[in-house]
Design a protein. Structure first.
Length: 95
């Protein structure tokens, strides 16, 4: 899956052995939770990362009030790779 943001920012899911860890995680969530993630990704596609932290090694953490976290990497201002998602409870393992 690939997203274009403001015609300059591209967001892609990282694939491992042809599979997306992010998509696998997202499918396990309930419908309301998926909608929350989808709404946030719409804002990211529009160029608004919202509440986030820049972690070590170029990893970016998108933070949600509900405790969800989405992790990815940035390359300049043009590429954000979705690696995986999780929640606050599993944060240390996810990172």
């Amino acid at each position: 899956m690939s997203y274009i943001c403001d015609n300059t920012t591209r967001v892609e899911e990282l694939r491992v052995n042809g599979k997306s860890p992010f998509a696998k995680w997202l499918r396990k969530l309930g419908k309301n939770q998926q909608q929350e993630i989808d709404a946030r990704m719409e804002r990211v596609r529009a160029g608004n990362l919202g509440v986030h932290r820049n972690l070590r090694y170029g990893i970016v953490e998108l933070k949600f009030d509900s405790g969800f976290r989405i992790y990815g990497g940035r390359e300049g201002k043009t590429l954000f790779l979705l690696i995986l998602g999780g929640n606050k409870k599993g944060q240390q393992v996810d990172i």
